[in-house]
Design a protein around this ligand. Structure first.
Ligand SMILES: Cc1cc2nc3c(=O)[nH]c(=O)nc-3n(C[C@H](O)[C@H](O)[C@H](O)COP(=O)(O)OP(=O)(O)OC[C@H]3O[C@@H](n4cnc5c(N)ncnc54)[C@H](O)[C@@H]3O)c2cc1C
Length: 448
C-alpha cells in the first residue's frame, strides 16, 4: 500500500496481537491513519490461555466503547484459596473484593480469545480492513520522510512511523537496532537478547472442575513450583503450572507435547486445590501450551521513526496478569503525546524531530511505572514458586507475612493498587467514569 501525500500521520503497526488490535481502536479514535500487519493467518488464534483484566484497563475499554462487550464475556474473580502441595489450606479470601473496594471494579477473568474477539469484532468495518493477516514483516526501512515495512510476501507498507507490537520475540527491535548501528557504529543500542527467563509455565484450558464455582482462584505455592487455577464464565477454567528453570536462559525454547507430558507426569501429585491434584485435571485439558517466561525491559524504546510497545518493549511474568495492562498503558501514553502534538501543529503530519521528541517523552513516562510493574510481577512469581537461591528464604518469609492478619493485602493496597489508580486514560476521549471506589483515579481529574 502506498499512501499519497500525507494529510495525517500513518502508523504501520507490526503485530496484530492484543496490543496491536487495541492500538487500532486508539489510533482510529485519535484520527491517526494505520495499518496493522499480522504474521499469522488470523488475529483470533486459540492458544488456550486466559487473561485477567484490571480496573485501569477496563476504564480504557469503556472509553473506547468496548467495556460492556468485555464485561459480558468475563467473570468477576471473587474468591481465592491458597494451599500447599499436600492440599492443606493456609490462606483464604481474595484481592478481588479489595480491588473492588478501592477501585469500584473486581479483576475480571477472560478467555484470551474472547478479549481478541471483543477487540477485533468491534472495530469499524473500515478499520477492520486495515488489519491484515499473513503479513510477516521481514524488514523496515526509514527515510527522512517516513518508513516502509517489507513483508515476506513481497508487499510494502509506507507510513509516518512504525509501532512495533510484535511480542517478546518480535523482530522490530532487531530492525531498530540494525538501523541505529548502520547510521552510527557507536550508537547506543539494546543488546541482541534483552530479556532473561528464570521460570517457565505450562498453561491450558479445562472445564470447571466439579465442586468449583465461577470466579474462583486456587493457588498452590511451594519451592521451585507453583500452580494457579482460575474459573471463568462459559464453564471454562484455566490452569498454570510454573517451574523454576535449572539455569536462567536468554535462548528461545519451543516446547513440544512430549515436554508438556513429562512435566505433567512429574507434577501429577501436586495439589491445585484442596481436593484436586494436577493429575486429576490434566486428562481434562482442552488446549495447552508451554513457554519460558522472559523478564526484562528495554533500555531504548525507539530509534529513528520506529517505536516499540507491549511485550516487545518489556516482558513480565504472568502471575499478576498485567502484561496486557502494561502494553495498553504504553499505547495510551504514546497516542496522548502524538495527539497533543498534532492538535497543536497545522501540517497534519509529523517530522522526524517531532517524532523523536514524542518518543523520548513516551519512554520517560512509561519506564518508571513499568519498572514497578516488572518488580511486582517478578516478586509474585518468586513468592509463589520460591527460588532455590538464598532469596528463596526471603520470598518464603513474604509468603508467611501475607498470612498474618492485617498484612494479607499489604502489597495490593500499597503497591499494586496505586499503579492502577495512576493508570493513564486517553486524554482526547471523554471518560465517563464507570467505576467508583474508595481511592480516586489520578487521571483525568488531575489534568482536566
Ligand atoms: C500463560 C500466560 C498468561 C497470561 N495471562 C495474562 C493475564 O491474565 N493478563 C494480562 O494482562 N496479560 C497476561 N499475559 C501476558 C499477555 O498475554 C501479553 O502481555 C500480551 O499478549 C502482549 O501482547 P502483545 O500484543 O504485545 O504481544 P503478543 O501477544 O505476543 O502479540 C504479538 C503479535 O505480533 C505478531 N508478530 C510477531 N512477529 C511479527 C512480524 N515479524 N510481522 C507481523 N506480525 C508479527 C505475532 O504473531 C502476534 O500476533 C499472559 C501471558 C502468558 C504467557
Amino acid at each position: 500500500m502506498t499512501m499519497g501525500a500525507p494529510t495525517r500521520p500513518c502508523a504501520v503497526v507490526v503485530g496484530g496481537g492484543p496490543i496491536g488490535l487495541t492500538a487500532a481502536h486508539i489510533f482510529s479514535q485519535a484520527g491517526i491513519d494505520f495499518v496493522v500487519l499480522e504474521a499469522r493467518d488470523t488475529v483470533l488464534p486459540e492458544v488456550g490461555a486466559s487473561m485477567n483484566l484490571y480496573p485501569g484497563t477496563m476504564r480504557v475499554l469503556h472509553q473506547l466503547g468496548l467495556g460492556e462487550a468485555a464485561e459480558a464475556v468475563s467473570a468477576k474473580i471473587v474468591r481465592a484459596f491458597f494451599v500447599d502441595w499436600d492440599g492443606q489450606l493456609y490462606k483464604k479470601g481474595h484481592p478481588g473484593p479489595v480491588f473492588d473496594e478501592i477501585h469500584g471494579c473486581h479483576p475480571l477473568a477472560f478467555h484470551r480469545l474472547d478479549v481478541l474477539r471483543v477487540l477485533y469484532n468491534n472495530l469499524e468495518p473500515g478499520d477492520q480492513k486495515r488489519v491484515l493477516t499473513n503479513k510477516q514483516v521481514v524488514d523496515i526501512q526509514t527515510t527522512p520522510e517516513g518508513v516502509t515495512a517489507l513483508c515476506a510476501d513481497g508487499s510494502k507498507y509506507e507510513g509516518t512511523f512504525v509501532l512495533g507490537v510484535d511480542g517478546v520475540n518480535g523482530k522490530t527491535r532487531d530492525f531498530m537496532r540494525a538501523l541505529a548501528l548502520q547510521q552510527s557504529p557507536d550508537a547506543q543500542v539494546n543488546p541482541e537478547k534483552p530479556f532473561t527467563a528464570y521460570y517457565r509455565v505450562m498453561f491450558g484450558t479445562i472445564p470447571i472442575p466439579p465442586g468449583m464455582g465461577v470466579g474462583e482462584n486456587h493457588d498452590c505455592h511451594g519451592a521451585k513450583y507453583s500452580t494457579m487455577l482460575i474459573t471463568g464464565s462459559q464453564g471454562r477454567a484455566w490452569f498454570f503450572l510454573y517451574e523454576e528453570l535449572d539455569a536462567p536462559t536468554q535462548e528461545r525454547v519451543r516446547y513440544t507435547e512430549k515436554d508438556m507430558e513429562e512435566l505433567a507426569a512429574r507434577c501429577r501429585d501436586m495439589h491445585v486445590s484442596q481436593e484436586l491434584t494436577f493429575g486429576d485435571i490434566w486428562p481434562t485439558v482442552v488446549k495447552a501450551g508451554m513457554t519460558n517466561l522472559d523478564e526484562g525491559m528495554l533500555e531504548h524504546w525507539s530509534g529513528d521513526r520506529i517505536v516499540v510497545a507491549g511485550d516487545a518493549a518489556h516482558k513480565i511474568t504472568p502471575n499478576i496478569g498485567w502484561g496486557y495492562f502494561a502494553g495498553v498503558q504504553d499505547v495510551i501514553a504514546l497516542t496522548n503525546l502524538l495527539q497533543a502534538s498534532l492538535s497543536q501543529g497545522s501540517t497534519g503530519t509529523l517530522t522526524g524531530e517531532e517524532l523523536a521528541k514524542i518518543f523520548r517523552q513516551y519512554e520517560a513516562t512509561r519506564k518508571p511505572e513499568m519498572a514497578t510493574v516488572l518488580n511486582l510481577s517478578a516478586s509474585a512469581t518468586r513468592q509463589s514458586a520460591w527460588p532455590r537461591t538464598w532469596s528463596g528464604l526471603f520470598y518464603r518469609f513474604m509468603e508467611w507475612v501475607s498470612t498474618v492478619p492485617g498484612f494479607e493485602y499489604f502489597t495490593i493496597k500499597y503497591i499494586a493498587s496505586p499503579v492502577q489508580s495512576n493508570a493513564l486514560v486517553l486524554d482526547f476521549l471523554s471518560c465517563e467514569e464507570p467505576y467508583h471506589g474508595l481511592v480516586p483515579w489520578k487521571y483525568p481529574t488531575a489534568r482536566a
